[in-house]
Design a protein around this ligand. Structure first.
Ligand code: DC
Length: 223
């Protein structure tokens, strides 16, 4: 599944824990495809909302998923998900409606099952485009999507610091509520998986966090 010459780095953590900035930096440093699975759940949420589906109605969710086709577009070093041939605009996937609903849809087992093979398929997408591997960020990457990843990290930070970060980005996002929902759901709850390296980003700069994570990767590559 994971040949030696293809590197898989899993970065899990709660909302605004520093996953995206860290993953982008690792992508550039090691020539890895950057895959933000939160954006996948967000784009799918936008599409399901557009279809008028409620996360409480699992039958309707499954019926709507059956009509959705997914693709992938490369932008820079990042994989963007295409839903029905179109990339859902950033403003929409980071907007208030999606923020309010994404954790509810992400707790529906059919939604997680729908995205599972698509997420694993990003490894083939990365190989085909000449990347050395991929860095995938989310909530269940090191536990469910790629439990055999070469490196698995779990980022966390104090809630106040995470709220400050999200406010600085100009986002309106109830991160504490999303974390509560993401941690308490039955299907693939947010948690540091056994064997993953936990990294507290509260008092560290982005550069420091990237160095902490890059060090073991560099060491393993030169071993
Ligand atoms: O990383 P993010 O905050 O953009 O993620 C949005 C939501 O998607 C998050 O509240 C939970 C869900 N998610 C998930 O359940 N599993 C993932 N691998 C990634 C995101």
């Amino acid at each position: 599944m994971n040949p030696k010459n293809f590197l898989i780095v899993a970065i899990d953590g709660g909302a605004a824990s520093g996953k995206s900035s860290t993953s982008r930096a690792l992508s550039a440093r090691f020539n890895l495809l950057h895959v933000d699975t939160g954006s996948f759940y967000r784009a799918l949420t936008a599409e399901l909302l557009r279809a008028g589906v409620s996360p409480a109605d699992q039958v309707a969710v499954e019926a709507a998923l059956g009509r959705i086709t997914l693709g992938t577009r490369l932008e820079g070093r990042s994989a963007l998900m295409e839903v029905g041939g179109r990339v859902v605009p950033e403003a929409e996937i980071r907007g208030r409606e999606v923020n309010a609903h994404v954790s509810h849809f992400a707790a529906v087992p059919a939604v997680r099952a729908f995205l599972l093979a698509y997420q694993r398929g990003q490894a083939g997408f990365a190989r085909d485009r000449g990347f050395r591997g991929l860095v995938m960020e989310g909530r269940d990457i090191g536990s469910v999507i790629f439990p055999q990843a070469d490196h698995r990290f779990f980022l966390h930070a104090d809630p106040e610091e995470r709220a400050r970060r999200r406010a600085r980005e100009g986002g309106q996002d109830s991160i504490a509520e999303r974390d509560r929902l993401d941690s308490s759901r039955q299907a693939a709850p947010l948690a540091c998986p056994p064997g993953a390296v936990a990294v507290d980003t509260t008092f560290n700069t982005l550069d420091e966090v990237v160095e902490t994570i890059a060090r073991p990767i560099t060491a393993a590559l030169s071993a």
